[in-house]
Design a binder for this molecule. Sequence first.
Ligand SMILES: *Cc1c(COP(=O)(O)O)cnc(C)c1O
Length: 397
Amino acid sequence: MSKPDETSRLRPATQMVHGGTMRSGFGETSEALFLTQGFVYPTAEAAEARFKGEEPGYVYSRYANPTTRMFEERMMALEGAEDARATASGMAAISTALQCAVKAGDHVVAARALFGSCRYIIETVLGRAGVACTLVDGRDLDQWRAAVRPETKLFFLESPTNPTLELVDIRAVADIAHAAGAVLVVDNVFATPLQQKPLELGADVVVYSATKHIDGQGRCLGGVILSSKEWIEKNVQDFFRHTGPSLSPFNAWTLLKGLETLPLRVAQQTSNAARLADVFAASPKVASVIYPGRADHPQAELVKRQMSGGSTLLAIDLAGGKEAAFRFSNALQIVKISNNLGDAKSLITHPATTTHKSLTDEARAELGIGPGLLRLSVGIEDVEDLVEDIARALAAA
Ligand SMILES: *Cc1c(COP(=O)(O)O)cnc(C)c1O
């Protein structure tokens, strides 16, 4: 195998085509798919040296695999991270990163507006392991400060949040975490690695569900943890090897091909989303539009400071509540009803009855998830067709 292509001085669109590519002796154009569980050694001495770590090379695909490593290297180039571990899903990345950051007796502070499964990891999985947690309103820096205890070791947040697209000030929260001696882990799925750089903003660890924009074509699950070489080696490496959340080489290959077109897709999705946000804002049936790229976003100043794009997602609150939201969703012909996001296809979700159904009414109200709220993940279709689809569905709502 050749060494991974060095692209760190190049721009993201170039990195996503070439970054991390390692070629076998055949000189293939496309990234090779090493669909293998294990590796063979020329001699017993070579096997011994490989296991001792005295000779470089692969040992077992639960630990590392050349195709998976190419995906990790390409993500490292994009994120500006020293090291990475690719996982079988976004939740495998998040649960691994969080479990590796704490031990019994420690305390976690997290923003309340979390992806449901992340909340389960923080409250239930870590709780069972003897880790206490405090959930705060992520927008309120005083709440982050007030939640700190002597045993606080971990801060966790996502920004923008699902589904109401609120922002958390990553730099300010990183400063509070570091003053407390804690690490900050950021779930950067909604912003994508192209529109927000948590490591540059002071975060210690970034996690992704690669299932979303990185695949972006609805094919496979995946995830990735990115951080310093030291943090990965010290905290993640052994846990990862022995618990086995590893990404399949086949899915790594699919995600590598996804990364090649990520900048094109995210740019098209963002420009489509901006246009649709304006269409919604002009309709009397829409009580409010939440889109980070609009000047009327409640945190427009922070959007400007922290993000380099307006997001591929938007949320709307229909004045007619659940009935209107359902009528609108059912009348759409191009936009599909689905709980996924980041896809080439435009997808709409009614969070109150699907992704956030298990929360109590009060918890939903606290997060701003009313009966008329819809989350739209905007795809790469021709925007004029989307505008017509939405106009038709608004008439039906
Ligand atoms: C989808 C998602 C996850 C979980 O990812 P999976 O790949 O489905 O396991 C975590 N965080 C956010 C913000 C997500 O959107």
